[in-house]
Write a protein that binds this ligand. Structure first.
Ligand code: URA
Ligand code: URA
Length: 326
């Protein structure tokens, strides 16, 4: 199946690059291939109707499990009904028997044959969010988007790990958007981006450095809306699955400037593998915004010597924005 995985990854990268229609038609073709490959396998339920069911022997969906020669004595009256009969597989605890279970007739119930996941299940398509991007009331648009984000279950690793989703914070009418990587521990608990130690440094960069108000004059969000386990960096497929939410946020807030914080933000937003040190002090464009890139505040906490360079980057941004630089 590795070639199919490669095709799926290729489709996802096409979708990342905005080629959704192509990806959809290819996805449909891929689904057909998956289905035709499965035609050779017998569907499990079809067997049932052709086999005579005997009263005493195993039924078609049951299989006798080997009984050990020495059976421990059991008093049936003291045995709780939920305890499986000794000598029979409980269906749990071994990877071999995973998915099967034993019924009270001593037969193992066969797990239904697994069907391949369809692409629709791997990547449920996003809704059309354009009506949100056209709403006059951007706060309401973001609230509605936040409801959809909170229900998202596209990334199994992230969904099982999150306390809640984290959409964004600040003023949806601001001209400057800061883009981070993903919620961390504090953000996951509070549901607000950049509230931990890195967030405090970002607040200082904005308020002490740029001399503007964080909540009034910026809007802050991330590549991902869920905390990755152990604060690892976002995986490409996670960034891809979350991308429509990010793009919708950008289309609602309509920032004139986007400042990418760190490599994840810069590389995923601009679809490049170029390093931050090569991207800083340059102007990029994304949708209708001028994009600049600088180091992530969490990186600055570990590498304070780069604070000077970051201040240069912020001054570069301030000049572009027409904010006076002292
Ligand atoms: N780091 C990020 O990239 N984003 C947050 O929201 C918090 C920490
Ligand atoms: N690498 C990162 O991931 N982020 C930075 O800010 C700098 C280097």
């Amino acid at each position: 199946m590795s070639h199919i995985r490669a095709v799926i990854q290729r489709l996802q990268s096409l979708q990342c690059a905005g080629v959704e229609d192509v990806a959809h038609s290819r996805a449909a073709k891929l689904l057909e291939i998956l289905k035709s490959q499965k035609k050779t396998a017998q569907p499990a339920v079809a067997v049932v109707s052709t086999v005579k069911i005997s009263e005493t022997g195993p039924r078609p969906w049951e299989k006798r499990v080997e009984t050990p020669s020495v059976k421990p004595a059991v008093n049936p009256t003291t045995q709780p009904s939920t305890t499986p009969a000794p000598g029979y597989s409980s269906g749990y605890g071994t990877s071999k028997s995973y998915g099967n279970s034993t019924n009270n007739r001593g037969y193992t119930l066969m797990a239904p044959k697994r069907q391949p996941l369809s692409l629709e299940i791997i990547v449920p398509p996003h809704e059309d969010y354009t009506s949100l991007t056209q709403m006059e009331d951007r706060r309401e648009a973001l609230r509605l988007l936040g409801e959809k984000v909170a229900k998202c279950v596209r990334c199994i690793d992230l969904v099982s790990n999150r306390t809640q989703t984290v959409l964004g914070t600040g003023n949806p009418y601001a001209s400057l958007m800061f883009l981070g990587e993903a919620p961390g521990k504090d953000e996951d608990v509070q549901g607000v981006p950049f509230v931990g130690r890195a967030g405090q440094l970002l607040t200082d960069m904005i308020q002490k450095g740029m001399k503007i108000n964080r909540e009034e004059e910026t809007y802050i969000c991330n590549i991902l809306r869920c905390r990755p386990p152990g604060n690892r960096a976002p995986m490409p497929e996670e960034a891809f699955k979350c991308r429509r939410f990010l793009d919708t946020q950008i289309d609602i807030v309509k920032p004139k400037f986007i400042c990418c914080l760190g490599a994840s933000a810069a590389q995923y937003l601009l679809d490049t593998t170029t390093t931050i040190s090569r991207m800083r002090l340059r102007e990029y464009r994304y949708r209708d915004a001028v994009v600049v890139c600088t180091y992530h505040p969490a990186y600055l906490l570990r590498n304070p010597s780069q604070k000077k360079a970051t201040w240069e980057d912020l001054q570069f941004l301030m000049k572009l924005m027409g904010i006076p630089v002292e």
